[in-house]
Design a protein around this ligand. Structure first.
Ligand code: COA
Length: 292
């Protein structure tokens, strides 16, 4: 766990605190000198947790640093602590969220401009405490605090662990393929989902498994996920042993995320490259992409 040379208790009067661009715990009260001290210590905490998260995800450099948070306008970091551990206490996890203006594909493959999209930007629980429910605890705190539901969240380059996390806790499996690094789950564009009770259960969850539609996205990217059950179903329904070329193509494709398998040959990335668009250009830069 992340231990520090200083006592973290004054920074963590609560088990979970949140920090924005002022680099102070939301609970902070103090004079200028205390403010400078708290900012400096909080920067150290954020940098350390950001570094641990990057190592855990195999990233070259951290997604989360104090400097980046300081420069951000609409990002929040939630930090989970255990102040009873050892003399100084420990920090066990970090969750960074924010809102982003994105161009996204909906379930029919239409491009939509979505402003202020809730986004999960970084998420880490210390290795020694993973799979013990702390991730859910921290995530639920954030959902309540932001008034978000899981199905309405976009996730920036989720790891396999995080995809499993969403599947286990929120039944979210079926994704809507995107041309950028963000993953969306089916139900993201549903109006009624935004009026849910916060448990984020997507209408898609009951089907679990294969995501096959006739949308242009599916034709470009292939299906996002193929479950064993779906394979069995298709075998039963076909009633023959003839290989289905579409299914063959789909089984080559792993779930979305940074560990995803190679794209099919006709990918949106190639189309965009041909027309001189980088994937990140789908984040709004003022000019909507003109797809061919
Ligand atoms: N392998 C596969 N799934 C995993 C996993 C692992 N090593 N660790 C967590 N999960 C998923 C599983 O669905 C797991 O349920 P299970 O144990 O019944 O299989 C579930 O998460 C556990 O939920 P919970 O205990 O609430 O989450 P957590 O405390 O482990 O935190 C993460 C979840 C993703 C934040 C944590 O695993 C982590 O920090 N991973 C490394 C960093 C990372 O990948 N972050 C995501 C950035 S995009």
């Amino acid at each position: 766990m992340a231990e520090f040379r200083f006592d973290i208790k004054p920074l963590f009067p609560l088990e979970i605190i949140k920090v924005t661009s002022n680099l102070l715990p939301h609970t902070f009260r103090g004079d200028r000198r205390q403010c400078l001290d708290a900012t400096s210590k909080m920067s150290e905490v954020i940098d350390r947790l950001g570094q641990l998260s990057a190592v855990s995800q195999g990233l070259n450099k951290p997604v989360t640093t104090a400097q980046r948070l300081r420069m951000s306008e609409n990002q929040t970091i939630y930090l989970l602590s255990d102040t009873s551990y050892g003399a100084n206490g420990v920090v066990m996890g970090l969750l960074k969220v924010g809102t982003k203006d994105l161009y996204l594909f909906d379930e029919q493959g239409r491009t939509r401009k979505v402003e202020q999209t809730p986004s999960i930007l970084d998420f880490y629980i210390h290795e020694s405490r993973q799979r013990g429910g702390l991730g859910k605890h921290l995530f639920e705190y954030m959902l309540t605090d932001q008034n978000w539901t899981p199905v309405k969240c976009s996730i920036d380059r989720p790891s396999e662990k995080l995809l499993n996390f969403f599947k286990k806790h929120y039944g979210l499996v079926r994704t809507i393929p995107q041309a950028n690094n963000f993953v969306l789950y089916e139900g993201f564009f549903d109006e009624e989902a935004s009026m849910g009770n916060g448990n984020g259960k997507s209408p898609a969850q009951s089907n679990g498994g294969m995501h096959i539609t006739s949308s242009p996205n599916t034709q470009l990217f292939g299906a996002a996920y193929l479950g064993d059950e779906a394979n069995k179903r298709s075998g039963r329904n076909n009633g023959s042993q003839q290989p289905n070329p579409l299914l063959h193509q789909i089984t080559q494709i792993s779930p979305s995320g940074r560990y995803g398998a190679p794209r099919p040959t006709c990918s949106m990335a190639e189309v965009l490259r041909h027309y001189n668009y980088s994937p990140s250009s789908f984040e709004m830069k003022g000019v909507p992409p003109q797809l061919p």
